[in-house]
Design a protein around this ligand. Sequence first.
Ligand code: ADP
Length: 275
Amino acid sequence: MLCEKFDNPGKVSFTTIPTKLDGDMTEAQALTRFAKQAIELGKLQELLSAAGTHALLVVLQGRDASGKDGAIKSVAGAMNPGGTRVAAFKVPTPEERAHDFLWRIHKQTPGKGEVVFFNRSHYEDILVVRVHNLAPKEVWEKRYEDINNFENLLTDNNVIVVKFFLHVSKDEQEKRLLDREANSEKSWKLNPSDWTERSFWDDYSAAYDDVLERCSMENAPWYVVPSDNKWFRNVAMAEVLIEALKPYKAEWKASLAKLGAEQKVALEKIRAESA
Ligand code: ADP
């Protein structure tokens, strides 16, 4: 596994995990490897979609400019858009705020046969909310357990849950933010608040440590992806997703074979009747 997996509650200090790895690959090798992975991912998604017995939820979290959009573009891009959706979670609207914090999230979860990528998620409610005191501690403190219960509910209903934290260094983030300023093609991504958020770097680190510590479960693991190298990030994420889906391959193929056999019988019956 190219990135670290957290699937049990326990003390974590993720800042000791490197942000930049190459996995013994050159960029060119990584691109070739990703192209192969993309084909495999596409096939797995096709099976998931056709079998219609499971769903896949991919949760993406990360600091500003950690590459959430790029990761979705690359990894979701390997799949058939017909069976894939992206849900982005921003500052809650008044209607969303009038409900419990999982209300807007639950509505966007994937149905059977579907893949959904969350660009930010319910975890914002124990990250930005905690860092900026948007709710009292007694409110957000309960949410770790609410989230674990919610994710258990999803996995009990055949949703495969994979959570990625895109891990970038403070220097890499600065480089990317400055690049947005300098490059007119990227300046639309400029958001002055990204610089303000940067000053809360350590508070976010502590909040992410608690997320990993308290919301890592065997059935809904977190993966910390070294993301300074975008090409490494894509290969690492694709590897995790392939590993998460592969165990179901035989089951999905068997249910499709059964479906195919039933359709053949139905077709033969129609032919016999019309002969
Ligand atoms: P992004 O940074 O994801 O590309 P935006 O610049 O629109 O997109 O930022 C979305 C903002 O919404 C982020 O600052 C994020 O922290 C904030 N946000 C998301 N969920 C919540 C929430 N539940 N409560 C408060 N703010 C939130």
